[in-house]
Design a protein around this ligand. Sequence first.
Ligand code: NIG
Ligand code: FE
Length: 387
Amino acid sequence: MPAEAIVNIGMLATMHDGEGVMGVLRDAAVVVDGGRIAWVGPSTAAPAADTVTDAGGAAVIPGFVDSHTHAVFGGDRTAEFDARMSGAKYTAGGIRSTVAATRAASTEELAERTQALLTEALRQGTTTAEIKSGYGLDVATERRLLEVAARFTDEVTFLGAHVVAPEMADRRGEYVDLVAGTMLEAAAPLSRWIDVFCEEGAFDVEETRRILAAGRDAGLGLRLHANQLTMSGAAALGVEMGAASIDHCTFLSDADVDALAGSDTVATFVPGAEFSTRQPYPRIERLRDAGVTWAIASDCNPGSSYTTSMPFCIALAVRDMGMTPGEAVRAATLGGAQALRREDVGRIAVGARADLVMLDAPDPVQLSYRPGVPLVDRVWRDGIETR
Ligand code: NIG
Ligand code: FE
């Protein structure tokens, strides 16, 4: 693969080295070689390369790292969204309608949908995406979903504990046994992570503890859907068990914030879900004061957040959660990488993967200053420009 120098970058947001929360270098250049970043520095000092791309003063940021998606599913829930915007309340129960549509879909139909969603996401700058199962809820379908996810990403998450399978609604103990037993055995070889939706209408804290412990014993890393609809004690459990990330965090107690602050667990916000469920947005001031690491993800799913757009989520986090524009861009890049415990993505540093986004803007702050405008101009993944 020939080396490429991208020169004349007005603002390079490295998230690693440089000024402010985005680690900005001005009038910078990046050299990409063999899919990795080979050199970063002043544009005037850029070494020779096989091809030279002139950024014309535009801003360049790392590709977005979307650490939370449910991008394998059948059907959609347009009517449910429409009813909610007319006043109906969001509950975990809608998941079951997607489960029915997902079970009915062929593996190839599911894979085509996932491909389309990831292509849409890539055009908006997402170069790394985690994908969960969770709309199968039986051994065979969960396995199919994980197989589809594994075609597209290394960040595959087993979410058999999304809700209790509808056919086992009155046998929840048996369902928990199944998830922590046979289903996990089938899922573990395909997955890096295990996740549980710990919430009223889904799984309680004790069930969650049991399922996460079984996942950990099977060699999986832990993540958690927690404190989305209620202040449940789930966030504290996730921290106690060493989860990489607690996702949603819409309702956090002071004790949850303190627990997160003293830990390696990232708080991942998914403001697309607050948008699409008309829930109140969480605020980040307490987390900032306590020194908690946070991320932003899309939560792309057909029920609570049917968006693949990290720029949209960045704009929401700035407008409604109290993040500064720079904090939000960092949360969508480096934050996502931290939530996935990855050091090779989410930053622009020598040796990192050459996942880069050139904006049609001089400053990454414009991602929230100009909301809804397609500012993602060019995207490189593994050093290759995608189109
Ligand atoms: O992350 N919270 C649980 N799961 C999804 C929603 C799933 C659905 O409504 O289909 C979420 O918001
Ligand atoms: Fe989710």
